[in-house]
Design a protein around this ligand. Structure first.
Ligand code: FRU
Length: 466
């Protein structure tokens, strides 16, 4: 057994960068959320997890469950890479509640020297918590791809069961493959790729973690295209997470994707989200990280990476809205409220676990400066352009600034969640989100708010540990 198993969780518990109300693993590395589902009266959430170290290898499925998406209970790992069909990683996938069992669909990653093989596998999580691996699914028609075929996500089309997969063609282009369940197994019925147009059309070399869902009457395809280069201040990562609108009138076998790719997050680190639809609500949860990221200082404390806040999705007048889930407000333990006019104002009380909300009226421009020792966060909006900057990040990532051009000329609302080493900024009631990580060495100091004109109603809430 690896020595790493003897890592204690003490270092995590004592770490000031440990999240108070976000999901992280107490040891090792965590990445994509997986198998987000509702089963036996609870939300089930699995995650890519290397329990043995802080590198991207040994991927297990860790497991949490919750009644309210705020308080999470940790369970034993559901999948470990112990079989010939998943020996180099139980990669991302989906979960479907079926009677007493929770069906887990995931990608078995296998490497033989330079060769990579991917098996789409099934396992059953039984009521006693034991997992039975059923091995690779029988699938017809996946011959036209390299070994990069992964991240199955389940969806229903009427009575039919379908899976969407991320794929790479033999020409090294990314896309999705749609599999339909048949009596004898699964069969590919449709394959789609698409140029992504950021001023000039570009092909990604791989699309990871696709997800197909219907919001009101609109179908959306979420995907993480890799290898896109853009000079735009909005799209300055080669690993993107966003969505396309989709025409499903002909059903999944004739699905057609629009040209318009929209980011799900305009911040620094956000990737591999997955959605769950339950009792009329659609909830999305993502990883507050990116592939190929610089090492975080928390590695010295035997843990790294975390998930984002669950977001509630809706579709309104042709736009996607993302709001923090309402239940997160249960964590509020104390509040101060202020109202300010034009000028410069100081604010104390920013802490490692808080929510800062501003409702702006008749305001053309503002700037909010949040110092934190050498680190800092600056948020501003002017002529509809929102800018977020992080100073002295605390690790080797060079990205310091992100920009979001809003649909409305004036800022109307801001919600900023701070949790130890993460921030998530919700703009104008869900119009956009900008997320990122920051590793401050000191406590937050006095914030400065500069308001050019208009008025702001400001609420600062302290948030309890979840
Ligand atoms: C996305 C991803 C998936 C893969 C998993 C491996 O972050 O690369 O495509 O299944 O992570 O951990």
């Amino acid at each position: 057994m690896s020595e790493s198993w003897q890592w204690t969780t003490d270092k995590f518990a004592a770490d000031p960068w440990r999240p108070c109300y976000h999901i992280a693993a107490a040891t090792g590395l965590i990445n994509d959320p997986n198998g987000f589902s509702f089963h036996q009266g609870r939300f089930q959430l699995f995650y890519q997890w290397n329990p043995f170290g802080c590198e991207h290898k040994n991927k297990h499925w860790g497991h949490f469950s919750s009644q309210d998406l705020v308080h999470w209970q940790s369970h034993a790992a559901a999948l470990a890479p112990t079989d010939w069909f998943d020996k180099d990683g139980c990669y991302s996938g989906t979960a479907v509640s079926n009677g007493e069992n929770l069906e887990l669909y995931y990608t078995g990653n296998v490497r033989n020297g330079e060769q990579r093989l991917s098996y789409q596998c099934k396992a059953l999580l039984q009521p006693d918590g034991k997992v039975e691996k059923l091995g690779p699914l029988t699938i017809e028609g996946l011959d036209n791809y390299t070994g990069h075929v992964r991240d199955p996500k389940f969806f229903h089309w009427g009575e039919q069961s379908w899976i969407v997969l991320g794929v790479q063609t033999l020409e090294l282009q990314g896309g999705i493959s749609l599999l339909q369940q048949q009596d004898q197994g699964w069969c590919e019925r449709h394959y789609v790729t698409k140029d992504i147009n950021f001023g000039h059309p570009q092909q990604a070399y791989m699309w990871e973690c696709p997800d197909l869902l219907q919001l009101d009457d609109q179908w959306l395809l979420l995907a993480c295209p890799q290898g896109i280069h853009s000079d735009s201040a909005e799209y300055n990562s080669t690993n993107l997470s966003g969505y396309f609108t989709v025409d499903m009138h002909g059903g999944p076998a004739e699905l057609s994707i629009s040209n318009d790719f929209q980011l799900l997050d305009y911040g620094f680190e956000f990737y591999a989200p997955q959605t769950l639809q339950h009792q009329g609500e659609t909830v999305l949860i993502g990883w507050l990280g990116l592939p190929d990221e610089a090492e975080h200082p928390t590695v010295a404390h035997n843990w790294t990476q975390m998930l984002g806040l669950p977001r509630s999705l809706s579709w309104q007048d042709g736009y996607l809205l993302q709001q923090p889930i309402a239940a997160i407000r249960e964590l509020i333990s104390g509040q101060q409220q202020h109202s300010y006019g034009a000028g410069k104002h100081s604010l104390s009380g920013i802490s490692r676990s808080c929510l800062l909300e501003m409702e702006l009226t008749s305001c053309g421009a503002f700037q909010l400066l949040l110092p934190c020792g050498d680190a800092s966060l600056s948020i501003s909006a002017s002529q509809g352009q929102w800018v977020i900057e992080r100073g002295q990040l605390g690790c080797a990532n060079s990205d310091k600034k992100r920009v979001y051009q809003s649909r409305s000329a004036s800022p109307t609302k801001l919600q900023l969640f701070i949790d130890s080493s993460s921030f998530e900024l919700f703009v104008n009631d869900g119009e956009a989100v900008l997320s990122g990580r920051l590793f401050p060495q000191q406590a937050w100091g006095q914030a400065q708010l500069i308001l050019d004109d208009g008025q702001v109603a400001l609420t600062l809430s302290q948030l309890r540990n979840s």
